[in-house]
Design a protein around this ligand. Structure first.
Ligand SMILES: C[C@H](O)[C@H](O)[C@H]1CNC2=NC(N)=NC(=O)C2=N1
Length: 101
């Protein structure tokens, strides 16, 4: 079933429940800081597992004590959809366990 683009208003409503996330260049984005490079690496692996489970994948980058995500839905022509919001929520759920902020 095709996934529909969210409207600007719908995106703003979803973002209101996702502190730290924003819409940047048409993608949902967030940067996390972690206590060590190893902790950041472990978080990337955990996010990768969730992305495989959801079959939805962000541009996920590992920096020095940082993890950055940017996600839109390729199959919806690059729009932001509920799939992006679902991934953002799942990443938020696991972030605290990694000491990410
Ligand atoms: C075949 C597979 O379901 C698709 O390629 C998935 C995989 N991951 C994806 N990730 C994202 N961000 N957008 C997609 O449209 C997408 N499609």
């Amino acid at each position: 079933m095709p996934v529909e683009p969210l409207s600007q208003k719908e995106i703003e409503e979803r973002l209101a429940e996702l502190p730290g996330w924003s819409l940047d260049a048409g993608r949902l984005t967030r940067s996390y800081r972690l206590g060590s490079h190893f902790a950041a690496t472990a978080m990337v692996v955990h996010i990768a597992q969730v992305q495989e489970e959801l079959d939805h994948h962000s541009d996920l980058t590992l920096g020095y004590n940082t993890v950055n995500l940017a996600v839109n839905t390729h199959s919806a022509g690059g729009a932001v959809t509920e799939k992006d919001v679902e991934l953002a929520r799942r990443v938020e759920d696991l972030a605290a366990g990694h000491g990410a902020h």
